[in-house]
Design a protein around this ligand. Sequence first.
Ligand SMILES: [Zn+2]
Length: 206
Amino acid sequence: MGEYNFASKEEDEKRGKVRVVNNRYKPSGIFHYISANTPIKNEEGKLMGVTNPRDMTYIHSYGGEGVFFEGLGKGKLLASKCENPDCEETGSIFMPFRIHCPDCLRKNTVVDITDRAKDNATVHSFMITERTGAFNTLPTPIKFVNVEFEGVCTILMGALIRGEPAIGLKVRPIFKTNNPEYIITDILWVPADWPESDLPEDYTSG
Ligand SMILES: [Zn+2]
């Protein structure tokens, strides 16, 4: 999938890694790479500048959302729920996972909505795009779907990886349970009746 060439295994081993010690990030390894530059010349061959290729490793902290990304690799879709009895909107379930309730600002609890997603998820709307951002790993055209779940007050953006999107289409999630990457593409969507025998490599119904 995609156009991006990942680093070799040897390069990968030297790449910066992060451990957590006493609740703090401890980076080790190489986080910044410099590559050879190239001259920029005008039509007469006069030097106008140089390119400066730089490669850096970004440390993306998940904080309270870690439980959500960890769940995907285990075939679980974990949402969050406001259980504050004093909240005007108590009982709201949020997917995408929200650490705090936007109405009362109290910390939400984690709820498993995997079965709800498998049995009662539909396409609210969709968007097909040929142009992608940098480092895209999804096959183009990308079929983005806004997935609606029964009893959930928000809508999740995802990618339909098989079939064609349509408003109201029943869909089900598939999860990268083999070699999970702990990113949002560990969950993708297929039409509800799509055969298990035709899923992308490493993905299962959970
Ligand atoms: Zn609340």
